[in-house]
Write a protein that binds this ligand. Sequence first.
Ligand code: GRF
Length: 201
Amino acid sequence: MTDKMTVGVLASGRGTNLQALLDATHDRSYPARVVTVLSDRQEARALQRAEKEGVYATYIAGTGQKWEEQAVAKLKEHEVKLVCLAGFMHILSPFFLQSFPAVMNIHPSLLPAFPGLEAQKQALDYGVKISGCTVHFVDEGVDTGPIILQKAVPVEEDDTPDKLADRILAEEHKIYPRAVELYARGLLVRQGRQVKVLEGG
Ligand code: GRF
C-alpha cells in the first residue's frame, strides 16, 4: 500500500469525478490511492462518496487563506503527494499550489477554449461543433495550466448544456483516472507548458 501515490481530492459538489478516481483505485494494480477528500461545502455529495469507501473526508468551513491553511495541514497530515481538484469551485493561491509537488484539475472543455464557469454553455453559445474535456496541472490562472490529457466530444445539433455536459462527463471519468495513473507511474514529463507522456504510458 505504501508505495502507491497518495492523492488528496478537493471537491465542492456531487463528486462523480471523485467516484471515478475511487473506482479506479479498486484495481489492485492502480498505482495511486485516494487518502483524503476535503470540501468547502458541508452538503457536498463527494464527502458521502468518500466516507462510503472508508476514505477520510471532511468539510472545512470558511474561504480564502484560512481555508487553504487548514486544507494544507490536513493534506500534509495524510502525506498527500498529488492534489486533484474535482469540481472544486475556488481559485487556489500560490501558497497552496507551492505546498504540493503537483495539483491537477479536470475541466469540461478543450482548453484553452472556454475556461471558467459554465464551459458547456459557453461552447454551445459559441457554436463549436466539437468540445470535450481537459486534465491539466493547476497554475495560478483560471484553467491555464499545462495540459496533460484531452478528449474530444462531438456537439450535436439539438444539444442543451446538460446533454453536452453528460456526454463530456462520461469522458472526464476516463481521462482523469488515466492522468493520475500516468503521473503516479512517473510517465509525465513537464517542460514548461509542454507535458510529455513517456513511452509505455
Ligand atoms: C465536472 O464537469 C468537472 O469537469 C468540473 O466540474 C464538474 C464536477 O463534476 N470541473 P463532479 O462533481 O465531479 O460530478
